[in-house]
Write a protein that binds this ligand. Structure first.
Ligand code: NDP
Length: 610
């Protein structure tokens, strides 16, 4: 079997009355809009700080480190790993990852809940497969294999040797006199670095629902990104959670995380209560093992080919074959094929094709709920009434069936959320649900301040902090370089190729760019590399004029895709801006920019050595 068969759901059974559908979508959104937006959530500080403690590793005591490195990277997730790898490949050996978790892995270090899995096909999602010689075992790999792959990259490229793990950066300051960054940490370290790079991840700081009384709950509780296997039993590979056999367990939230762990909870818990505010859209998963014989036939260079193929199709382009063939390329190709069939290439034509394809897809998704869920009232409550890309689309073949198990109860709150929490449980609509354990699948901070999410600020040239520099929104050249912050690089999709679901593709491209710039600076004896004010302003103006950005629309049901339904103004636009001509064009542009060796837009300065 190859990675190419992904059966789609049955055709829709519901009639498509478009006007009624739009009205229903808006009514469902309106129910959920709240004036407090992002402020509805509780920050994991103070009495809630225990929700972010590392449950997996007890930090080993060690002496503070005082030394200097060529490149320091803050964050040991995919961004740090691929940048470390590209630097090593460029002959830069002196690379230090600083990571607050007890190991590398980032998201995959923290998220070990049962059933955790990536929705993007492993052959494109797992970076550096050819370099490390790894064959993913299944089309959509589970979390333990992804974490192992992170460790494989760190080992393969000797990134552990200098790494500081279980170490949180508290301060990063540019020292003008020496052209060095000074990095301080919560372990008393003071590391000086010629270059720093940051890959702190967009979704890494857990948040809790701001439900009245949440602080009073006296039973056991934890956030899904800090799964307490000591309490539940079982393991990240999905072994039965025997500790829950006689327990009444509640879970708040039904996003992508919850969708994956609920089938496991349903199998293990005495009674499971799922508290739902908004149902996710659940499309077909169709996972299967990767056939080693087929894998062995892939020619060198295959991963880049697959990455390009996926990005081409996901962004509405044409290719002879859909190599990945998954839910993401399906969405895009439906729209594209409709536009072509109707031969209407106007903006209105695209919009109509988008809406028609989406209506059809969402009708399929709702029909699937009816086909799987036995109880009609439960099925009705599990149907999503919004466009598929308004919220993170989910793909699962066991989630809906979990509601057919007698011990699993959906408590739908009709868009209002949980009413209140008390010492012994949860209240919805005047009914009290007594619980032994309450699990928060309430997601991560997205729209909040950069410093609040990372826990530190950068102080650049002339004492200006990054928060000050970005007070009105992100400013950068290519999303990577920021004027006033010499020798610092930012690794994330924003202000680059920001519109693909396969984020590691963005990260690997940025890593290649950073390695090229650092190599050049070292070869040419350059002390300071900095985006010029003009180049940065021109880049930001180009992106702003282009109007492409990641994010849900204001008419979408609220969530982190659309800043909880509130306008984030120009700041929001800049923070999520994307290259106007699309991701493939960005990759081609940046490849050319690197190859010329001119690094146009960067100022390179050498200090007076006299
Ligand atoms: P989300 O932010 O997607 O979900 C949070 C959930 O909590 C939502 O269902 C939300 O409801 C609910 N909620 C919040 N407040 C309340 C309340 N007061 N009462 C009841 N419910 C409430 O977080 P996830 O951890 O699920 O996912 C985060 C992201 O991580 C995903 O979008 C995805 O990008 C990534 N991810 C990817 C995976 C993959 O590849 N398969 C797996 C897991 C995560 P509402 O929708 O109404 O706001």
């Amino acid at each position: 079997m190859t990675t190419n068969d992904d059966p789609r759901p049955a055709p829709p059974s519901e009639p498509l009355d478009k006007e009624a559908l739009r009205a229903k979508y808006l009514a469902e959104r309106d129910k959920r809009l709240r004036p407090d937006g992002n402020d509805q959530y509780v920050e994991v500080t103070g009495v809630f700080a225990e929700y972010v403690e590392d449950p997996y590793v007890d930090p080993e005591p060690r002496e503070p480190v005082h030394d200097e490195v060529t490149v320091a990277f803050v964050g040991g997730g995919f961004a740090g790993l691929v940048t470390g790898a590209r630097l090593k490949q460029a002959g830069i050996d002196d690379v230090r990852i600083i990571e607050k978790g007890g190991d590398v892995g980032g998201t995959w270090y923290w998220n070990r809940y049962p059933g955790a899995q990536c929705d993007t096909a492993a052959l494109i999602y797992l970076p550096l497969l050819e370099e490390t010689g790894h064959m993913p075992t299944e089309k959509y790999t589970h979390a333990p294999e992804i974490l192992d792959h992170c460790r494989r990259i760190a080992e393969h490229f000797d990134l552990y040797d200098q790494a500081l793990l279980s170490t949180e950066v508290t301060d990063l300051t540019w020292e003008e006199a020496t052209s060095r960054w000074v990095i301080r940490t919560n372990r008393g370290d003071e590391v000086r670095a010629r270059f720093v790079a940051l890959g702190t991840g967009p979704l890494h700081r857990p948040k809790l629902p701001g439900i009245p009384g949440i602080e009073t709950y006296a039973g056991h509780s934890f956030h899904t990104s800090r799964w307490d296997y000591d309490y539940t039993g079982g393991d990240p590979a999905g072994a039965p959670m025997e500790g829950l056999a006689d327990k009444r367990v509640g879970i708040i939230g039904t996003g992508a995380t919850s969708v994956q762990c609920i089938p496991h909870l349903a199998r293990s818990c005495g009674e499971l209560y799922v508290f739902q505010r908004t149902p996710s859209s659940i499309d077909v998963r169709a996972n299967h093992p990767v056939d080693p014989e087929w894998f062995a036939t892939l020619e060198p260079g295959w991963q880049q080919e697959w990455l390009t193929n996926f990005t081409t199709l996901q962004t509405g382009g044409f290719a002879d074959e859909d190599l990945v063939k998954d839910g993401w390329t399906d969405i895009a190709q439906r729209i594209r094929d409709r536009v072509v069939a109707e031969a209407d290439f106007t903006p209105e034509g695209f919009l109509r094709a988008y809406h028609d394809s989406d209506d059809e897809k969402m009708a399929e998704i709702r029909a699937r709920v009816d086909a799987i869920v036995d109880d009609p009232a439960t099925a009705e409550a599990l149907k999503p009434w919004y466009r598929q890309l308004c919220k993170r689309p989910c793909f699962h073949d066991e989630y809906l069936d979990a509601y057919n198990q007698p011990g699993t109860h959906l408590v739908d709150t009709d868009g209002r959320g949980v009413e209140r929490i008390d010492e012994t449980g949860v209240w919805v609509d005047g009914t009290h649900y007594e619980l032994d354990c309450l699990i928060y699948a309430s997601g991560f901070e997205v729209g909040t301040d950069h410093v609040r999410r990372t826990g530190f600020d950068l102080t650049g040239r002339d004492g200006v902090t990054l928060s000050e520099r970005w007070a009105d929104g992100m400013q950068s050249l290519h999303g990577i370089h920021v004027h006033g912050f010499p020798n610092a690089f930012f690794v994330h999709p924003a202000q680059g190729a920001n519109l693909i679901s396969n984020v590691p593709h963005n990260l690997t491209e940025s890593a290649t760019t950073i390695a090229a710039v650092v190599r050049h600076a070292l070869d040419e004896d350059v002390d300071e590399v900095e985006a010029s004010a003009e180049a940065e302003a021109a880049w930001v103006a180009k992106l702003e004029a282009g109007g492409r950005r990641f994010g849900g629309q204001p008419d979408c049901t609220p969530g982190y895709y659309n800043n909880e339904g509130q306008s984030a103004g120009r700041r929001g636009v800049l923070n999520s801006a994307a290259y106007p001509e699309g991701p493939l064009a960005f990759f081609a542009y940046i490849d050319e920019w690197r190859r010329t060796g001119d690094f146009e837009g960067l100022e390179m300065r050498t200090r007076d050595r006299a």
